[in-house]
Design a protein around this ligand. Sequence first.
Ligand code: IVH
Length: 667
Amino acid sequence: MQDKKRIDELRLILNQHNINYYVYDNPTISDYEYDQLLKKLQNLEDKNPDCFSPDSPTQRVGGMPLTSFKTITHRLPMQSLANAMNDDEIIHFDKQIKKFLKLNDEISYIAEPKLDGLAVELVYENGSLVYGSTRGDGFIGEDITHNLKTIKSIPLVITDDNPPSLLEVRGEVFINKVDFKNLNEERTANNEPLFANPRNCAAGSLRQLDPKVTENRPLRIFCYAPGKIIGKQFISQIQFLNQLPKWGFPVNPYIEEGNGTSFLIDYYMRAESLRTKINYDIDGVVFKVNSYKYQSELGIRSKSPRWAIAGKLKAEQATTKIKNIIISVGRTGALTPVAQLEPVNIGGVIVSNATLHNQDEINRKDIRINDTVLVQRAGDVIPEVVKVILEKRVLKSNVFVIPDECPICFSKASKSKDEAVLRCHNLYCPAKLKGSLQHFVSKNCMNIDGLGIKIIELLIKNKLINNISDIFYLNQDNLSHLEGMGEKSANNIIKSIENSKTTSMAQFLFGLGIRHVGQNASKILEKNFKSNFDSLVKSTKEELVNIHEIGEVMADSIISYFSNQLNIEIINKCFLAGLKFSNVNEIRQSVITGKTFVFTGNLGDLKRSDAIKLIELYGAKKSSSISSKTDFLIAGEKSGSKLDKAKKLGVKILDAQEFMDLINSLK
Ligand code: IVH
């Protein structure tokens, strides 16, 4: 019985942490602490199979793969929206509504960003998620419950003591731009085909038969519309939107309420700059009549409701001509065909190159030099050719075939088995050097500010850099003599190289660009080898594959990389230049190493963030809640329930002064 109580308690705590993170964007515990709690719950549930619940936070982990999708008929159709392309059409929309409702007063509207993801419907019975589906054709969608459950921002149970017996909530599943970029970087490192844009990635991830795949995709949701609801009534969109977070559903923070056309036009105008500011793609705004009474009076046309309209933002596609196709060589030696375009303005950005990915893509789309093509730019992604406008094809054009020779060093390029791309295998190819240096200095690796591609090219041209370690041996003199480089910029770059020498093992490892070792894998290796680079270098294949997330292919790649003496020499030169890992190497061993601290109440002059830094310096960690695992509670003035709980559990309690005395005694 004790276990059952704890299971219920842990489920509540984990659900609340999810809401803090996804709904309020205000996490109160670290991912690590969350995972520990989840593990605890999983252990207890394993011991108590009678306590199984499909709503438990442990049930998010992907179950068995499906063989096909079932279909689900929506109780209420999921409609689409009519479009407004400009201010006039928005004004017309408002006019029609007033005419229809025979009203002279200004209408109350809700303005929402139009997310460029995938519409889904979530169905809750008596507060529990029973299934979720895609929009499909609006009437019948696919049952993707198994995948939706892996999305942590979707509540499995809603927070309500008296939930509606039926609640259908609709929303958009999407991937934000940073997560998308990281995912594609990871895929580059793993040699997997890249996703064209965040929307395709979200769509592909939701339509996986194996939920284990979906689980590893950083999907999110914002909810925006009701389906059928029994047991709770709403009178307006704003009332519904205000209720959603209370139930645990994330709602877009940029939704606004306002009156009349002046509000609509103002919001529409601001949407362009909102688009550049936010971290996910939107393709427009949605204006909805706020009152549900008016909405039902207005009703629907054949496909879209009269009470809503999508204000489209400037198209992010345009047609232009392919002047030439060149081959670019990346750090892995991959030969990527790139279309050189007649420059075209796409959504405010001038585009003159578009990736053609590989030969298979060229063949599939039958892309040729001189073709007129539709080009698309999605967020931060490299522009790509969507399709050829065949009617405009010049008569005598040839099929394009990527030559099997590296255009930079002229060595023979070849495909390895089961790969779609041709690669240059010359170890000393300057294009590969440029790519690997660019990767090494990038934000997620050594994060060296100011060392852009132009400077890297000059450094290579002037034979100042032959490999990554040479970066650490550059001096002010080398740099300031480069074309167009001033004293000050040279000085800033040297400073930033110096700063980069203190980094984490994961960043350095990712920077090395070992095939198949992406950012995530680098973090896993850092954790498993406790930032001890030497032990990673000496590790055996068996040790590597014993790490849960490391497979055979990655293990082989790591072993092969470190068995190359040249690589070892380059790495040693980095360490000789002063490279060091800050996170683990610098932990000062002491009596508090490995202990857990909780801080509560007002600590006076002692800033909480400073206190946390201090304990981390000694290898202790901070937690947000008191449990039997807490070693110290640092309690300031107005400490509430945490103090009581700590007393009950016999946790050692210190005030701010005693805490500082303890820290000072460690030195
Ligand atoms: S309301 C009839 N609100 O746009 C009401 N839709 O073209 C339709 N969408 O299938 C849904 N953001 O995928 C609504 N804030 C938002 C939206 C939104 C994106 C998508 C949704 C829908 C499509 C309609």
